[in-house]
Design a protein. Sequence first.
Length: 277
Amino acid sequence: MLYGGVTSRYFDTLNVPLLRGRNFTVAEGRTRSAVAIVNRRMADRLWPDEDALGRRFRLADGTDGVWHTVIGVSRDISNWDLSNRPLPTAYLPFPHVVARVPTVLIRALGDPALAAGPAREAVSAIDAALSVFDVQLMDDVHRLTFWRQRLFGQVFVVFGAIAVLLAATRVYEVLSYFVSQRTREIGLRIAIGAEHRDIVRLIVRQGMMMTAGGIGVGLVGAFAVTRVARRQLYEVSATDPVSFAGVALLLAVVGWFASYAPARRAAALDPSVLLRE
């Protein structure tokens, strides 16, 4: 379990809403009141199926055995390591707990890069002995933290595009072979009155059946793979329905186009020539 000291503006700065209860007051920070806000994961772990508000707990170190009363429950967020899932976390009113190297979060209305200078001046006005270092933008923190996930994502996109191209090529080849092996049947169908759209529908149906089977097998495999590699996923769940549906729709469209060309070619065949072969 993690814990740390935050001010009453911490959750507003990060735009993290409280799910239940209330925020710290300025007075609670000044008087070091024994109150706390816990994230949902900690609330579920310590008080499953119960309301955490009003419950009391104490930390094993750093607070001299003080009992803290829960006044709020926050959404789960990653505070210290963005690359890992949120851990059970307790927030105490600053300066009840002070880190050796405090971190100041600033929410800028304009260009956040321009906030570094005024921030240094504000800190110096409070205590000239304090130094501000390692100023980072949140976008930079995200980019440095998730570069591996982004790289994996780009690699998967490239391999996915190659796989879609190969699948379309394979469907086209199979249907072309199907048409070449059934030219007499197709010619007979046309001779007895089958219209061009009937032949196109016949060939496209064969291609879409192959595509549907491939999509089904692929979705099962993708579900298994994402469950194993979920730690490499960024801003998407392992079973995101939008992603699965989007990929399935893309493959269906590609399969239809790959089936349509052989179907049009089959419908354009001359039955008199085919029946003489």
